[in-house]
Structure formats: structure tokens, C-alpha cells
Design a protein around this ligand. Sequence first.
Ligand code: SF4
Length: 277
Amino acid sequence: MTNNKLLTLFIVNNYKDFLNEGQTIWYYMNMTAQEKESLYNLLKTVSSAIDGYTSVNFKNENPSFSDDIAISQQSVSSQQTVSNQTSAPSQTSSASFDISSKINSCTRCPLSKTTSAKAPGYGVSNPFVYVLLDSPNDEPMINELLTKMLSAISLSPKSNCYISTVVKCTTPNNREPNGEELAACLSFVDAEISMLKPKIIIAMGKVAAQTLLRTNLKITELRGEFTEYDKIPLMPTFHPKTLIVGPQFKGDAWADLKLVKAKLLELVPFYENTFKN
Ligand code: SF4
């Protein structure tokens, strides 16, 4: 185990009564080696003061720490192109920048001629969950409900998830993207998943679920149980737009989100502590 992980575990295990674990981990993942060393020395002093002796955890020489910049860089791609989306941290990884620039210059399908905005996706660069919707939109009601749904299971693009769409261009009158458009854009979705390596994918809505699962089954038939995409657990569920016009589906959507939460707790037991809205 690396010294970085050891220090995180030490903080969580020994100071969880009076440190905010989520904040600690979040800040820790964005710390320089010098900051970590300062924190380590502070904890050593606090530990000695509390216990009355130097804990075995601190008896050896100070570990050597490394900067977390590489793993903590956050990606933001779409804020400049789609309004009313949740803002996200400000750093952009080079891989994310590369995908974003390819999307911004893409003319692979006819949507490039009609789009009012291109949205390469937004969120953190090391997300636990990749959320896929149909096409970009700037409808406040949909984005508000999406935020509420994700917050209900301690997910946010500001801290631990990434939100994207099956097609990266807006569609005329917000219509569903067609097969040609979906096929043309799927490689960008694959590139994002490959870069982000999420633990779980949530496909929100018929278009996202059918595209990833290559099926024509209805979302009501697909939702409710995990399947896989590229060996990553995938939960199909309702698009927020469907829940606005069909509130009778809210119970099923909530059941799906609870399954996601349970699976995520299995895979990343501390994930809720990373939540920051
Ligand atoms: Fe390119 Fe995707 Fe936009 Fe089509 S929808 S032009 S494939 S970025």
C-alpha cells in the first residue's frame, strides 16, 4: 500500500470522530506533497497530545509523499457550450481536452450543421459513476431534477460523477437523436468511458440505454437490474424528462437509484464521503 493510501486510511480510521471524512479525502486528493507532509506532522502532534505518547503509526521516519495533481485534475468541458448545467471544478485533463476539442470540431453527422451547442460532458476526471443521457439540453427543470436524483444517492459532477450524452450536439427542437447520429457519436462515449474508468454507468432514458445495450426493448423492460457495458455494471433507468411528464415512474426510478447506491457502496464503501454538491 502506498504512503498516500496509508495516510488517508489513518486519517479516516483515527480521526473520523472530529474530521469531516468527505472533506478530508477530497482535499487530500488535491494536495501537494508538501501539504501532505504538513498534515502528517500536524496529525502526529495531535495524536501524541491525545494519546500521551507517539503512536506506532508515527514511529518510523516520515513517509515520502507525492503530489496528487495528476489524479485529481477535474475535467470541465461543456460549461462554455451548454447553459444551466451544474458547474464543475475548473481544471481540465489533457485527455479530456483532446476529446473535447475533437467533439467541438466534429462534422461526422448532420447534427453538426444544426446544433446550437456542443456538450462533451462534465464532471470529475476520476468519477465513480458515469451518467449518460440522450442529447444535451438546457432546460432548467430537467437539469434541476437530474441534480436532485443524483444528490439523493450522494452523487454530483462537482465531486464524484461525470454526466454526458449519447450525442454531443443538440438536436432540432430537442428531438430524439436518430440511428445515424447515435452511431456516429458512440465512439466519443466509448472514449469518455475508457478515459474516465467509472465503477458504474447509469443510462438515463430509452435512447441511452438502448444505444449502449444495442436493443430495442423499452426502458420499462430494461430498468431495474444491472447489466454490463464494457464489463462495467450498467443500470438503465428513466430520463428526468420522463419523470416530469410521467410522475408515476418516480417510484421505479428511485428503486433503480437505490440499487446503484447499494452497488456503489459494495465497490467503493467510502463513496458517500466524497459527495460535495
Ligand atoms: Fe459529431 Fe456527435 Fe455532433 Fe454528430 S452529434 S456532429 S458525431 S459530435
